[in-house]
Structure formats: structure tokens, C-alpha cells
Design a protein around this ligand. Structure first.
Ligand SMILES: Nc1ncnc2c1ncn2[C@@H]1O[C@H](COP(=O)(O)OP(=O)(O)OP(=O)(O)O)[C@@H](O)[C@H]1O
Ligand SMILES: [Mg+2]
Length: 372
């Protein structure tokens, strides 16, 4: 197996560091504190949650529930995901059904469906209107309360910011009230929209105000990632020199997914001795492979947005985007157009702001743009 995983969490041996973050989350869970986990995309939030759950399952003092609401569009989608994940535990179907009918649903009978592609079972609730949705949610939270009296629980809701897009307008308050009642359940709310999450948890007018501890995930420190990378290549009988490791982290800005991707490619090639040159060559191959895909972006953006994106890629992090030197250097139009462009590129998730500087989100795409 390639030790540089790009898919779901594959176990602690394939997971680099995150020791202090793991300890902090475990401590929050053991003390019934809720926690909000945020970072830019692909930094490792979901992986970290699974890593924490893995550690917790080793000590076996808590049950863990994870669900991702990215593809949900309403309260009923939320309920279906939560219900399904609650039953996705390691017990037989007859037991599940027994438990479900015992506590679970007092108002609405769920149906069990099987995913056409994966064959995995899922629960679906036939929710006809908002009030039946609210009652079902309350039933499920009642079930959580009973379960957690037997054994404490930790529930992670990934892509949590999605709830602000639900058409029902009282969702935040509804969830807050229900969550607040659970003494033995702690929650992790995770998502990449920092601004949105921050506004949900730090705005005094919002229901979730100050109800959680905040954790912002940064890059894995270079020294730790270097040791991990070196160790994995060496275990696979591939030589890699220190400069090459540095080059990998430099080129990818230590952004987790991109580090993993570049290492995965290098590991999967026939090369048995990795140098700075091989790293550069492999990176170049990756950009070429993505050529068609990246070129398509040009059609999705206006000429001004495209030029602005190009300028931001060339700068590799810049704050003064409306300064005349930036405008002249990159032949851009004017400050007002740039401000609009920045907003639009942010909305499209093509750039992000870190501190006071703007960056192109996709590390490889930024490199590709720089070469134009
Ligand atoms: N500490 C780590 N060590 C090794 N690989 C990791 C680590 N953290 C995450 N990864 C890998 O990096 C990739 C991106 O991580 P993950 O999906 O957890 O990021 P994310 O922040 O949840 O992204 P998104 O915002 O897109 O949901 C995944 O392939 C994951 O397996
Ligand atoms: Mg994720």
C-alpha cells in the first residue's frame, strides 16, 4: 500500500503528528465541552476527527458518531444523515432494528434503503413538513440522551456551516436547544468556512454564541512532516535526501493534501532515489496532467477575474491588492473592479485570505498559473 493516503483515514501509522490537537479534542470530549474545528480546505479536519475517534475507541470510554452534512439541503437531510450514522455502529441488523423501534422513533417510522452503488444501508425518514421534522429531531436527541447515559458519546458534524443554507429559519436555535440538554454528549462542529463558522459561534445575537471552544488547524510543522515523509519512503526502500524533503514542503507550502499528493506520486513512481530534481519533475508532470482541467477555469471566469487570479498566483500571497503598484505591475484595471473580483473569487472558493494576505486556494493550480 502507498503510505501517503489521499482517501479516508487509514489508521495512525499513516497519519502525521497532530498530537497536541488530538489531546485538546480528547480533553474537550472527556469534559463534555463542545468544540469548533476550522481550517482552510484540505488541511486535515476530517482526518483529524477520525484520528481522534480512533484514539477514543482504543480507550473505549466513549461512543463516537460522525456525519457529514455537505450534501444536505434541509432539516430532513440533516435528520437522515444523523439517523443513519447513529445506526452505522457495529451491531447486527436485528439488534439495530430492535433498538430503533424501542427508543428511536415515536412519531415517524423510518425506512431502510440500500445505496445502489455501495450496497450500504441507510435510514430515511419520511418527513412531510417542518413540524414533523422538528419532532423527529427531538426523538433522535431523546435517543441520544438515553444512549449517552449508558456510555458518553462524542458526535462530530462535518461541514457544519451547511445548516445556514437550509430553508427552515430556526435551525440554529433548534439544534442549540437540543444539544444543550445532552449532559453526556460532546459535539465537534467542523467546517472550512471560517468566517461563517466564526459568525455562528462568536456573534452574540446567534444561538450558538460562545457555546464552543475554537480550534483553527494550521499546517503540520515542517520538522514533523519531514520525519514522517523520510520514514515512509525509507520503509518502502526508497532513498530520499533531506533537500528533496524540504523541496516537497516548500513547493506545497506544507498544505496537507498537496504534500500527500506529491509524495503519493513520488512513491508510486519507479524512482528509487529521490532528489530535488525528481521532485520538480514530478510536480511538473502533475501540472501537465491537470492541464485540461485547469484550462477550463478560464471559461468560468471573466477576463478581469482571470487576470486578478493570475496576479495573485504570481505574488504567492499579497495584501495590498488595490495598491497602484500591484495594479500597474500586473496590468489590472482599477481598485473597484479588483474589490469585486476578490469577492467573487472568494465566493467561488478559488482564493482565500490568511492573515491579511490573499492566496490561490489550490496549490497546484497556483503553480500552473504562475507558469503562464
Ligand atoms: N495528519 C495527516 N497525516 C497524513 N495525511 C493527512 C493528515 N491529515 C489529513 N491527511 C490527508 O490529507 C487529505 C486532506 O485531509 P482532510 O480530508 O482531512 O482535509 P479537510 O480539512 O477535511 O478537507 P475539506 O475542507 O476539503 O473537507 C486527506 O487525503 C487525508 O487523508
Ligand atoms: Mg473534510
Amino acid at each position: 500500500m502507498n503510505p501517503f493516503t489521499l482517501k479516508d483515514y487509514a489508521g495512525p501509522e499513516y497519519f502525521c503528528n497532530r498530537k497536541s490537537e488530538t489531546e485538546k479534542i480528547v480533553n474537550a470530549a472527556q469534559n463534555q465541552r463542545n468544540l469548533t474545528l476550522s481550517s482552510i480546505r484540505k488541511m486535515g479536519k476530517t482526518g483529524l476527527i477520525h484520528h481522534v475517534f480512533h484514539q477514543l475507541s482504543e480507550i473505549n470510554e466513549m461512543d463516537t458518531v460522525y456525519f457529514d452534512i455537505y450534501h444536505t439541503e434541509s432539516l430532513s437531510g440533516f435528520i437522515n444523515k444523523l439517523g443513519t450514522s447513529l445506526l452505522a455502529e457495529k451491531e447486527s441488523w436485528p439488534e439495530k432494528v430492535k433498538r430503533m423501534t424501542k427508543y428511536f422513533i415515536r412519531h415517524i417510522r423510518p425506512t431502510i434503503t440500500f445505496d445502489g452503488l455501495t450496497g450500504l444501508p441507510a435510514l430515511s425518514f419520511n418527513i412531510e413538513n417542518e413540524s414533523s421534522g422538528i419532532r423527529t429531531l427531538e426523538d433522535i436527541f431523546g435517543f441520544l440522551a438515553e444512549r449517552s447515559n449508558e456510555k458518553p458519546m462524542i458526535v462530530a458534524i462535518d461541514e457544519f456551516q451547511q445548516i445556514v443554507n437550509y430553508p427552515e429559519n430556526n435551525i440554529e436555535a433548534l439544534l442549540r436547544v437540543n444539544i444543550q440538554k445532552l449532559q453526556n454528549v460532546s459535539f465537534i462542529f467542523s467546517g472550512s468556512d471560517k468566517q461563517l463558522l466564526a459568525s455562528m459561534f462568536t456573534d452574540a445575537k446567534k444561538p450558538f454564541y460562545q457555546s464552543t471552544e475554537w480550534m483553527y488547524l494550521e499546517e503540520i510543522p515542517q520538522d514533523d512532516y519531514s520525519i514522517f515523509i523520510k520514514e515512509k519512503f525509507t520503509s518502502g526502500f526508497i532513498l530520499i535526501d533531506d533537500e528533496a524533503v524540504k523541496e516537497i514542503l516548500r513547493q506545497t507550502h506544507s498544505h496537507t493534501y498537496y504534500v500527500q499528493f506529491l509524495c503519493n506520486k513520488l512513491y508510486g513512481s519507479d524512482i528509487k532515489e529521490i532528489t530535488v530534481e525528481t521532485v520538480k519533475q514530478t510536480l511538473s508532470d502533475i501540472l501537465e496532467e491537470n492541464d485540461v482541467y485547469y484550462s477550463e477555469y478560464r471559461n468560468l471566469l471573466t477576463k478581469q477575474q482571470w487576470n486578478l487570479l493570475l496576479a495573485l498566483a504570481r505574488e504567492e500571497g499579497i495584501s495590498q491588492v488595490t495598491s497602484s503598484s500591484f495594479i500597474h505591475k500586473h496590468n489590472l484595471s482599477n481598485a473597484a473592479t479588483i474589490r469585486r473580483g476578490i469577492k467573487s473569487l472568494m465566493d467561488k472558493n478559488m482564493i482565500y485570505k490568511k492573515g491579511i494576505k490573499y492566496y490561490v486556494y489550490d496549490v497546484f493550480f497556483a503553480k500552473w498559473l504562475k507558469r503562464l
